[in-house]
Design a binder for this molecule. Structure first.
Ligand code: SAM
Length: 280
């Protein structure tokens, strides 16, 4: 039984980080004319109503996207991400937040493909109807980790894989590494973007050690924490692990992260970090 619902968390600081990185990777892939596959293993519902009961109950988006979406001093690296937010909210009122499938839908070209999987019985139908009229997209109610075996390598031999599980069960920390290894074995030139929460630092260290031991190279870590590490207060930050990152991504995030931290965390607590888990 899956209990996690992303609608409680949509638009929070972790989504802002994840979707900024996602949009920059997509922008980089778009620089070449050749088509590619966007594979989203844990896609969620696609669109989230911020005035809905779930988002209102936690108010997490108020400390995330609501803090920055109308600023006029955004770093230029955030333009694509913000164009997705504005496309869903054309009237100056923040009603909807786009999940990763909608960010990709907005930024991919007519000849790229989307493969989206989601397991939850309530979120999957929303995802399916969101994409019913998009010929580029295939949605499936199935296990995201399996897709790393069955959908790779893509026919186009270019691709971006987003792996964004809820980490509801501790085994997700091992499952993501195993899944990446399966995918990488089949498709070593793909870009893999893995999201992780900072809840217990030890779990992240273990996951990174397993990634290092896998023999995979070019693994970049990008992290934004809103509070100091703590093993008592839930999620204090989040990060993205990017394998085979576009060459500009490190510099772009070096430009963006201080700005994001300053505006998402006015109190100045927490930290930002960009470093190579495994270099070239
Ligand atoms: N990627 C989405 C985004 O950025 O908007 C958010 C995804 S949310 C963090 C994680 C999703 O994974 C939840 O909707 C959950 O129902 C789904 N899920 C959990 N286990 C799964 C599995 N084994 N395969 C596919 N989806 C799963």
């Amino acid at each position: 039984m899956l209990s996690y619902r992303h609608s409680f968390h949509a638009g929070n600081h972790a989504d802002v980080l994840k979707h900024t990185v996602l949009s920059l990777i997509i922008e980089a892939l778009n620089e070449k004319d050749k088509p590619y596959l966007y594979l989203d293993t844990h896609a969620g519902a696609g669109r989230y109503l911020l005035s809905g009961e779930h988002a209102e109950r936690t108010g997490e988006y108020m400390e995330g996207i609501a803090r920055i979406w109308q600023r006029d001093d955004l770093p230029e690296e955030m333009a694509s991400y913000m164009s997705c937010i504005k496309a869903l909210n054309p009237n100056d009122k923040l009603r909807f937040y786009p999940g990763s499938p909608l960010i990709a839908r907005h930024l991919l070209r007519p000849y790229d493909k989307l493969s989206l999987t989601e397991l939850h019985s309530s979120d999957y139908p929303m995802l399916r109807s969101e994409f019913a009229k998009d010929d580029r997209a295939r949605t499936e109610r199935s296990d995201g980790y399996q897709q790393l075996k069955s959908k790779l390598p893509p026919l186009s031999r270019r691709g971006l894989v987003l792996i964004d599980p809820p980490y509801e069960i501790k085994s997700d920390y091992q499952a993501v590494v195993k899944g990446i290894q399966e995918g990488y074995k089949r498709f070593g030139t793909g870009v893999y973007a893995l999201w992780y929460p900072v809840v217990l630092r030890q779990q992240i260290k273990r996951m990174f050690a397993e990634l290092e031991a896998s023999g995979i190279r070019r693994i970049l870590q990008i992290e934004l924490a809103v509070r100091p590490d703590s093993d008592r207060f839930g999620m204090t930050g989040s990060g993205m692990v990017v394998i085979n990152p576009p060459w500009k991504l490190e510099q772009q995030m070096n430009n963006v992260l201080p700005w994001l931290h300053q505006h998402l965390v006015p109190a100045g607590t927490g930290h930002t970090k960009i470093s190579w888990i495994v270099p070239e």
